[in-house]
Design a protein around this ligand. Structure first.
Ligand code: URA
Length: 183
């Protein structure tokens, strides 16, 4: 079994899908390797591609606020993405790109062994929870899989675009804290 650092090195050399062609950096994900909570987004945006770090642009700033709002720091949790290279113009990653990249994420999750997985947005939710997942209807609902609790909330970018999503997003974060405290 590889370590997270070894896996990161493998991802840095990955050429398995066309997304590697335009990347400046791979964005492996970062945080506490023993985190109890892992947040999973869609894929790197521009600032993430520039820096090689997940969720450091505007969506990342909102995610940081939400994490801190429930009493954690970014260093307490682990943050990653479904795809590790930025899709051109931030388009949604294609099915083939997701299928090629998602084994890395599954590997990461196996190494971190979180108690709670939070999917940020519908790309994460449909690829992790259920392919028919409807984010508006099913966000905030807990699913249990082999002792791990999984839920989805809105993607922070969606919250930045639509103020009506702020309150449910925040409510979902409060339930993350509650679940954490119960475990
Ligand atoms: N959006 C994502 O889904 N992931 C990031 O890392 C940044 C923005």
């Amino acid at each position: 079994m590889y370590t997270l650092e070894e896996l990161k090195g493998i991802v840095e050399g990955c050429h398995l899908c066309p997304l590697h062609q335009d990347r400046k950096n791979t964005v492996f994900g970062q945080g506490n390797p023993d985190a109890k909570i892992i947040f999973i987004g869609e894929g790197p945006g521009q600032v993430e591609d520039d820096t090689g770090k997940a969720f450091v642009g505007p969506a990342g700033q909102l995610l940081t606020k939400a994490i801190e709002g429930i009493g954690f720091t970014r260093e307490d949790v682990y943050i990653g993405n479904i795809v590790k290279c930025r899709p051109p113009q931030n388009r949604t990653p294609l099915k083939e790109e997701v299928e090629t990249c998602i084994p890395y994420l599954k590997w990461q999750v196996k190494l971190v062994k979180p108690k709670i997985i939070v999917c940020l947005g519908s790309i994460a939710a449909t690829n992790i929870i259920d392919s028919n997942f409807k984010i508006t209807k099913q966000r905030g609902t807990w699913y249990e899989r082999k002792g791990t609790w999984i839920m989805a909330t809105y993607h922070p970018s969606a919250v930045l675009r639509d103020a009506l999503k702020k309150r449910p997003f925040w409510e979902d974060f409060k339930t993350i804290r509650k679940k954490y405290d119960m475990l």
